[in-house]
Design a binder for this molecule. Structure first.
Ligand SMILES: [Fe+2]
Length: 245
């Protein structure tokens, strides 16, 4: 089985299309989405409709999806809040229902577990060595039936194993996994990467050969930026796309 893995699309339709084209070319069997379809970007309606049209996809909710469909966290930055409110006003009631129907976590094919933030705390960011340790030990103790945990939220691609952490994933790279190893994998952000690399980030997991490939692909950043500016969203959301921050 080939799994295409996406996350943190953030209403960036141009970047999403590049990931989906790659999946089509490879012939993935199932797409897994670690959440945050919306927020920041200017094409939430198109992104949601495109995802709903996909035949084989499993999506979970990110913090932005939850807040667009529910209550906005008062601790959210003002500009991010503005984007969430704009999103709420610019998607259909059916799309809002779709977002609110997404589960917070999901088990896939009895072997992969998916969360948006972290296994320990829903909206925590797995970025520091401490957070990595906390999550790995949680996985080993409380989720021992699973070998792979997919997560997102940080917008930084990452391969975590008991042997160490790989974070330098600014170009397409493949890794051989140990069949019995335990891994936590962040595919990076399709639509708003933050590792100082503006390329769209996503991954493919091959469970037969036990390989994970992190893809970095160029997309029409200028078009995605135009949509953000034309929507009247904060311009910094457009600018950051070309810097990858
Ligand atoms: Fe996100």
């Amino acid at each position: 089985m080939l799994y295409g893995i996406i996350g943190d699309v953030h209403a960036n339709y141009q970047a999403l299309e590049v990931a989906l084209e790659q999946f089509e070319e490879i012939g993935v069997d199932k797409i897994l989405n670690t959440g945050d379809l919306v927020g920041y970007g200017g094409s939430p309606a198109k992104v949601i409709e495109r995802v709903q049209d996909l035949v084989s996809i499993i999506s979970i909710a990110g913090n932005h999806d939850r807040q667009v469909a529910g209550t906005i966290d008062p601790r959210m930055r003002l500009t991010a809040t503005k984007a969430l409110e704009w999103t709420r006003d610019n998607v259909s009631p059916a799309s809002l229902r779709f977002l609110s129907s997404l589960p917070e976590g999901q088990v896939v094919d009895d072997k992969i577990i998916m969360v948006h933030g972290s296994l320990v705390e829903r909206d925590a960011y797995i970025l520091t060595a401490d957070e990595v340790k906390r999550n790995l030990s949680c996985m080993i103790k409380e989720f021992k039936e699973y070998k792979i945990c997919l997560f997102g939220h940080t917008h930084v691609p990452m391969l975590i194993s008991t042997n160490g952490i790989v974070t330098d994933l600014k170009e397409t790279k493949s890794f051989q996994l140990e069949p019995e190893g335990i891994y936590m994998i962040n595919p990076g952000s399709v639509g708003q990467p933050r590792d100082r690399c503006p390329l769209a980030s996503f991954a493919v997991f091959d469970d037969v050969n036990s390989t994970i490939t992190f893809y970095r692909k160029s997309y029409d950043i200028a078009a995605a930026q135009r949509v953000i500016v034309q929507a009247g969203l904060p311009e910094k959301f457009a600018r950051r796309l070309s810097a990858g921050v």
